[in-house]
Design a protein around this ligand. Sequence first.
Ligand code: SF4
Length: 331
Amino acid sequence: MKRVLVLTSGGLDSLLTLNIMAREGLDVIGVHYISWFNIPKFKMLEDFSDEDEIMGFRLRNIDVSDDYTNLLLYPKYGYGSAINPCIDCKIFFFQRAKELMEELKADFVATGEVVGQRPMTQNRNMMRHIEKKSGLEGYLLRPLSALILDPTIPEREGWVNRNHLFGISGRGRKSQMILATELGIEHYPSPAGGCILTEKGFRIRFNDLIEHKKVVSVDDLFILRYGRHFRLSPENKLVVGRNRVENEFLQRLSWGNLKIDLTRIPGPFGLMEWDGSIHYIRSAMKIITRYSDLESSDVTVQFPITFKERSRFVSHSGVADERQIDATIIR
Ligand code: SF4
């Protein structure tokens, strides 16, 4: 029995691809690349196990965070409209798929890509180019658009019957929804909000990060998805939770070297990259009280702060107004 790796995001197109491949009598393994930017909000990478399942299919979760960080900082083909290095991203994912093909003794790779669905990477020429660069030439099947693409080796060799494949193109989802009904797929996610790397707001946070840090870690990137961000100085940056869920989540993260906790007031939980100057702790306290339930400017509050695993209390008086906050909000 021939084995196929189906690259899956969990969206409708990849669910269809899993099912179309199973219908051909193939041994199907789903492959899900996980990284700090594409896992659901408030999930950590360690929340995912290596082996999983999706709709009854075996699924391998592959953490690509470290390699992806390098790719994001130095994309060979540049960025799209924000900081989305889509062409490099696709080549990278397919190269990893080629390595996995050898490791898992698979015969080819399939994806749910549809011609014309995304301008940058899913036009025919670029699809061909990406396939070639990844080393998967001939071994990459896109069953949803196969009839408008050149026949692949799995089709030519008869591992997959080309007559069972489709010629879908464009950005609409109607054909896929009809196909889902035909294949008995009742539950599938509505179109996702898209990749966070394509968001302009995220680009602003990313640019601030690379402007101020020479060496960027996965933790530095991961935290860009959460909280309000304040640039206090080139070396001092504060992130505060916007609500209870975010406050709780920030407490799980290992970013920064200083924790400031006002959640008992109630108020935000803050994480900070701190250079040791008391001046910036004062600035951080002003910001945190500003976003707390404290109202009186006469009030004095004891802040628990944790630095190098040791906790102590620091006092702060008054609730600052906007003009007293000496920091740039990184939108
Ligand atoms: S949208 Fe995001 S995940 Fe998709 S190719 Fe571009 S960078 Fe990669």
